[in-house]
Design a protein around this ligand. Structure first.
Ligand code: C2E
Ligand code: CA
Ligand code: CA
Length: 733
């Protein structure tokens, strides 16, 4: 026989009531006349009304408030009447006027003693969920639409004030300097918002400044008496604000980035709903503010120079283009000043990058100080700055440029050393020198280079002539690049002869020659500097080493006695760590030894303090290469440097040689150079010997080697062979 569990006894009324009262939902029974006949304790807890305050009244009368959706209520009524039930969300108000979002289910309760048409309503408090949902959706939508942060924050304030009409909400940001910046305070008088702007956070800075400072919520129940408000009281009390509760908005690392505050019109504490509202909002505000500052940071990185904070080229170009449109419309001129610091690289290299950075920041500051409202400024690259001066005539531009040069040239202290920075400025005028910002930039840049090469610390106005030269130079650069890749450069060789036996070679100097298909012979004095500036010189040098080595090996293979070949090296190649090795490799490819070439360097290489230069020189010396100091007497001519480097030969510059017969000073200097070189064990090669007078004087004063037109011009390889054959009878070597 199946065993049935014992049937539970039916619930007593009292038990049923207790169960209903225990529910968190509000349960309401109404009769056919829509009058309330029963509410549970959940109703009282949710809305604050006791049964005696509700019974016999219509639910609408009790719970609808200023922001309730009257249409919804009507449609509920209609629905219940038509279909007998309804489910919907609605905003209702509690006894103290507090809004409550409720999810409402109404079902007919069937006939009872009071007749047909009664209903049972079950209301669930969904205020928080609803609020969260509404706020989150709105704020996220706002972010997607790229609403400005103040607008988003105002939206949060208004939404909160809708739910809790007794509060006035404000959102402030804390900036990098720790100052408060109002983002939104739609319910506060504008004068108060303005007064809040720039208030520093601190231990007694009202509710918000203190909350940010302590990084914890601050409740001030009475602004009139709380000492935290001593400095800010008057304004707020006058406009009726009596209490303020402020909470810090924290970023993902927990640092305060803003405050979210509730103001009250009477002295009081926040209540439970307020606390929940704040919990929800703080998170949304943090997300929005952090996102905004990330945006700003990206903008800053994209458009501003990190070191000086000045606009960068991209920002300058766009704002300058707009400014030019404006000037064009007004029919006014403008000026573009292109400024480049003189010898900035030296500061960077000799004193380190920290010193260079400090100098750049100071220059940026000095440039900014002289600006007028409509002027634009930017840092283009390492030590290049530009200014766009609006409404500026040529004379005014020159005046301003002089003032800038003067301001820059004030002494300053960098890491304990006094500097007097100098700059060169090129000026291009709008619209006469160009009507787009790119043209103006290019022309002002050309003018600046002209200023630099004329004499430093100066300024130069752009001219059409300058533009022509710049274009020629650009064409030269392109053609040279082509020549290098076509291998269409050649080398000529100039004999260097022994004074004691002018028919005998000491060696030959390789000199680069460029025969351009249209332009004809381009002199090295023209294309070598272009190669240096355009970064082509290293490639040229490597080619030259290879070609000179190949030629020397070929001569020797053909039985020609060429003791060595001298090659001219550019200082720039010494900045490459692999240079010494590359020289060795070139020789090895052609079976030569280090003693077969002489490496001509200039005094600038000797003076170059860069470790890489010294390492290359050391490595070359170690491999047994001989260094020859070219153009001796023209540069720094610091004899004291001579013994520091492994120099084995000095080339006395032709300027001395050519003055020998006319100038006693040239003779005296030459005598001392010869004697110093002799005592240091160096060979002297006199360059540019053109006359027998010069030859005889040099010979008489013990100069061992000579080079010049008197003995032979630079010649193509086959003519060198002819020259060698012509020097018969050849002495035995
Ligand atoms: P540099 O090294 O001082 O070369 C000597 C220059 O003086 C050569 O001019 C040569 O033709 C010229 N010269 C020689 N003897 C006489 C003379 O008796 N009278 C006169 N008036 N001039 C004489 P060039 O070939 O025009 O070279 C000029 C400069 O270009 C060279 O001066 C050198 O600094 C540079 N250079 C030439 N070839 C190269 C190269 O392959 N590499 C590098 N880095 N520089 C080179
Ligand atoms: Ca030379
Ligand atoms: Ca020379």
């Amino acid at each position: 026989m199946p065993i049935h569990p014992p049937q539970p006894a039916p619930l007593a009324d009292a038990q049923l009531r207790r169960a209903l009262d225990a529910s968190d939902n509000a349960i309401v029974l109404t009769n056919s006349a829509k009058r309330v006949v029963y509410v549970n304790e959940g109703f009282t807890r949710m809305f604050g009304y006791g049964p005696d305050e509700v019974l016999g009244r219509r639910l609408n009368e009790v719970l609808l408030g200023p922001h309730s959706d009257r249409d919804l209520i009507d449609s509920i009524r209609a629905n219940v009447e038509a279909h007998g039930h309804l489910h919907g969300d609605t905003l209702l108000y509690g006894k103290s006027g507090q809004p409550r979002w409720a999810s409402l289910v109404i079902n007919p309760a069937g006939d009872d003693a009071d007749g047909p048409g009664g209903s049972i309503s079950i209301l669930t408090d969904i205020t928080l969920t609803k609020m969260h949902e509404v706020l989150q959706t709105r704020v996220l939508e706002g972010m997607v639409k790229e609403l400005p942060l103040p607008e988003l924050m105002a939206l949060v304030c208004r939404e909160v004030e809708r739910i809790a009409p007794e509060v006035t909400a404000t959102i402030l940001a804390v900036d990098a300097q720790g100052l408060l910046r109002p983002l939104a305070a739609p319910g506060l008088p504008a004068a108060i918002s303005r007064a809040l702007d720039g208030v520093p956070m601190g231990p007694r800075a009202g509710s918000c400044g203190t909350a940010a400072f302590r990084n914890e919520p601050v409740v001030v129940t009475d602004i009139a008496s709380d000492p935290l408000w001593d400095d800010y009281r008057a304004l707020f009390v006058d406009s009726g604000m009596r209490a303020c509760w402020s909470s810090p908005i924290r970023d993902h690392r927990g640092q305060p980035i803003g405050t979210f505050a509730f103001y009250y019109r009477e002295p009081r504490m926040p209540d439970a709903l307020h606390r929940r509202l704040v919990d929800v909002c703080l998170h949304l505000c943090a997300v929005a503010i952090e996102r905004d500052s990330t945006h700003q940071r990206i903008h800053q990185l994209a458009f501003f120079d990190v070191l000086t904070g000045l606009p960068n080229r991209a920002l300058f170009r766009s704002s300058a283009q707009r400014a030019l449109v404006e000037l064009h419309r007004e029919g006014r001129p403008g000026a573009l000043l292109f400024l480049d610091l003189d010898r900035f690289k030296q500061v960077n290299e000799m004193q380190g990058h920290a010193a260079g950075d400090a100098l750049l920041c100071e220059v940026a500051k000095r440039l900014t100080q002289g600006l007028r409202a409509r002027d634009l400024i930017a840092r283009l690259s390492s030590d290049e700055f530009v200014l766009l001066l609006s409404e500026c005539s040529t004379e005014q531009a020159v005046q301003r440029a002089h003032r800038v040069l003067h301001a820059i040239a004030q002494p300053l202290n960098i890491l304990g050393q006094t500097h007097v920075p100098h700059a060169s400025i090129g000026i291009a005028m709008f619209p006469s020198d160009g009507d787009t910002i790119d043209t103006l930039l290019r022309h002002a840049d050309q003018a600046m280079h002209q200023a630099k090469s004329d004499h430093r610390h100066s300024l130069q106005l752009f001219s059409a002539e300058m533009n022509r030269r710049a274009q020629e130079r650009a064409a030269l650069e392109r053609a040279l690049q082509q020549a290098l890749s076509d291998r269409s450069l050649t080398l000529h060789y100039q004999p260097q002869v022994l004074s004691s036996a002018p028919g005998t070679l000491h060696g030959v100097e390789a000199l680069a020659r460029w025969n351009h298909p249209q332009w004809g012979m381009v002199p090295p004095s023209q294309f070598i500097p272009v190669a240096e500036d355009a970064g082509l010189i290293h490639e040229l040098t490597l080619w030259l080493l290879d070609e000179a080595s190949r030629q020397l090996a070929a001569w020797r293979a053909a039985g020609h006695d060429v003791p060595c070949v001298a090659v001219n090296l550019s200082g720039r190649s010494f900045h490459r760590p692999e240079f010494a090795q590359q020289i060795g490799d070139a020789l090895q490819r052609h079976g030569l030894r280090a003693s077969d070439v002489l490496l001509e360097i200039t005094e600038s290489v000797m003076m170059d303090a860069r470790p890489v230069t010294l390492q290359n020189i050391e490595a070359l010396h170690h491999q047994g290469f001989k260094l020859s100091l070219d153009d001796f007497g023209t540069g720094y001519s610091s004899l004291s440097y001579l013994h520091r480097l492994p120099i084995s030969e000095l080339k006395l510059d032709m300027a001395f040689v050519q003055d020998l017969t006319t100038s006693a000073t040239a003779r005296a200097l030459t005598v001392s150079v010869l004697s110093i070189a002799h005592s240091l064990g160096m060979v002297v090669v006199a360059e540019g010997v053109e006359t027998t007078g010069q030859q005889q004087w040099l010979q008489a004063h013990g100069c061992p080697v000579m080079q010049g037109y008197l003995f032979g011009k630079p010649l193509p390889p086959d003519e060198i062979e002819a020259w060698l054959c012509a020097q018969a009878p050849r002495p035995y070597r």
